[in-house]
Design a protein around this ligand. Sequence first.
Ligand SMILES: Cc1cc2nc3c(=O)[nH]c(=O)nc-3n(C[C@H](O)[C@H](O)[C@H](O)COP(=O)(O)O)c2cc1C
Length: 378
Amino acid sequence: MSFWQQLPLPIIGLAPMDGVTDAAFRQIVARHGNPDVIFTEFTHVGDLFHGQPKAFEAFRYSENERPIVAQLYGKDPDQFYTAAQVVCALGFDGLDINMGCPSKNVASSGSGAGLIKTPELALAIMASARQGIFDWASGQSLAEGGVKTRVIDYLRHSPFHRTETCSRQPIPLSVKTRLGYDSVIIDEWSQCLIAGRPTVISIHGRTLTQMYKGAANWEAIGQVSETIRNHGILLLGNGDIQSLPDALSHIRQHAVDGILIGRAALGNPWIFQAKNLMREAIQQGTNPCFPEPLISRDRRFSMALEHARLFETLQEHKYFPRMRKHLAWYCSGFPHAAALRAQMVRTTASEDIERILSDFQATDATAHLSEPIASTTS
Ligand SMILES: Cc1cc2nc3c(=O)[nH]c(=O)nc-3n(C[C@H](O)[C@H](O)[C@H](O)COP(=O)(O)O)c2cc1C
């Protein structure tokens, strides 16, 4: 039985987000939200195959993120065979194949959501990845499995490397996809995916051409729920979930085994916190009283600082600009937030943030003493 089958139902997970769910953000979410499962941002299978440093960078993680699933995208089944073994050797709990990315440079080359147009290739990729996992689990050495020497050398130095001597278990394979390419064809597309026998299928309720426009079509997800689940495959729904009360109503209405939350977790790692309350309500058929979702300004500030400090311990200084978007997400929903965001997007280190936030708090405290501040948020 894989970790997926041992998770409590419904499953509440953090969706993969390129440029967002990096090692620092995942750790912050694990510490403060603790979702049931966490996905890495997607990585190109060729980068892992060739041992590009950026692939290993994206696949750094810490123990508190478990269960953690590595996501790969690409279109070369042979590379998936080899890369799946590397994912196993890196100690990931699962491997997910991206069949949903709509971005032009991914999908137009036939990867990501482009695979919806080539179901035979999608099946070949799933079969190759599964074979890689099984060959690794049955004791084949990485060199025998075609893994390049530079990748093997890297793995030897990885803190998560599962050595040749440790017991090897096959990890579960999953797929994340969309409803179709330019129209909703999830009925026939899900039949193809089912034939590939993944443990989990996650469906974002939009087509490729919709990108992120319009509302996610949860009815279409619900439409294939019975078929997918009758094959013993877990179904995770995804798209536009803003909160756990929102998740609860989607789970109840559309009969999914769980959901993934993406954008609503930006600047809000706490979003997953009440998941056990939600599960109890589902089991008992009641409507829970969810805790007040408003997070105080000072809690946001301390999170911004904790996140930035963690980022600095994990990343080279030159990458600090990648942290700025998170700072902007934390700085919202309170008076004068826009002015603060304007300062945050120019920071180059956590000391800048500490100084800006303490200046802001001091000014704000003085302002409160002299005159009442209008309760506008920005
Ligand atoms: C910035 C960003 C990056 C994303 N990167 C990935 C990715 O690497 N892999 C993936 O499967 N989906 C990716 N997605 C899609 C999300 O996982 C999710 O399907 C989508 O955002 C809808 O869910 P939401 O409404 O909860 O955000 C990304 C979405 C965003 C906004």
